[in-house]
Design a protein around this ligand. Structure first.
Ligand code: SAH
Length: 245
């Protein structure tokens, strides 16, 4: 069929190319509008409605395109009020939990943050909107590499990804003004406590016999004060052999 053999020197190509271009651009603009609307609703109904008030956190949640961080088959659920499966049997956290943990860290523009459990990269992107730099560690190379590509595509230049076991932290870049852990160990890793700066805060889910709680720690004069802030359910923190910490 002639129509399938259009060449660039064929007049028909120049007639149709702008139409195809306009159609594709039109569809993606419509998609963006749809997702912007859903994201604004997510912030209002799931995050603000449950009491998150920190301006920087709310602005970051309004800006980061969560639908880019989920698997294609879940794109229409990207802004729903729940965690979603990602590769390697892991999950992207519920939007409210991401916002709650971010707010709890009380971040400043100049802060350097460590995240354990890059996963989809969504939490790291939220942090990168708010503070100076984000160092994030992921144990599954497939997830870590995918996040690296997505950060580059979205233009994040202040997120640094390491593939490996985050239990040990990232001593070369310590101390950190804030540490966020998005997988649950049964005890708070000592190296992470040591890598928290004076005046710094850490938020971490800890798996106890009767369930997990988010624990918020603060380092004052070298001493750590801690309190439980919310019951949660995160994937376990594992070592390189897959054994749970
Ligand atoms: N912050 C992520 C949530 C991912 S779930 C997001 O926004 O999508 C937690 C992640 O922690 C998983 O990807 C899991 O592979 C990773 N993980 C588990 N144990 C780890 C460890 N010891 N070091 C680094 N990452 C780990």
């Amino acid at each position: 069929m002639k129509w399938f053999t259009l060449k660039i020197f064929d007049l028909r190509f120049w007639l149709f190319a702008p139409l195809v271009f306009a159609f594709v651009m039109g569809c993606s603009a419509q998609d963006n509008e749809k997702f912007n609307g859903r994201r604004a609703q997510m912030v209002e109904r799931q995050i603000k409605a449950r009491g998150v008030t920190d301006k920087a956190t709310l602005e970051a949640c309004l800006k980061v395109p969560r639908h880019r961080f989920v698997l294609p088959q879940y794109i229409n659920s990207a802004y729903s009020d729940s965690p979603l499966p990602i590769e390697e049997g892991q999950t992207i956290s519920q939007p409210y939990i991401v916002a709650f943990m971010t707010e709890a860290l009380n971040l400043k523009r100049t802060d350097k943050v460590l995240e354990i459990g890059t996963g989809s990269g969504y939490q790291a992107a939220i942090l990168a909107e708010i503070c100076d730099s984000v160092f994030t560690i992921e144990i599954f190379p497939k997830l870590g590499n995918k996040a690296i590509e997505l950060f580059a595509e979205l233009g994040y230049k202040n997120i640094f990804v390491k593939i490996g076991d985050g239990y040990q932290g990232w001593p070369e870049h310590a101390p950190f003004d804030a540490i966020i852990v998005t997988c649950a160990p049964s005890k708070i890793p000592e190296p992470l406590k040591a890598q928290l700066a004076e005046g710094g805060r850490m938020i971490i889910p800890v798996d106890e016999l009767y369930g997990q709680s988010l624990v918020l720690l603060e380092k004052r004069k070298g001493e750590l004060r801690q309190k439980k802030v919310l019951p949660v359910r995160f994937v376990p923190m594992i070592d390189e052999k897959g054994k749970e910490y």
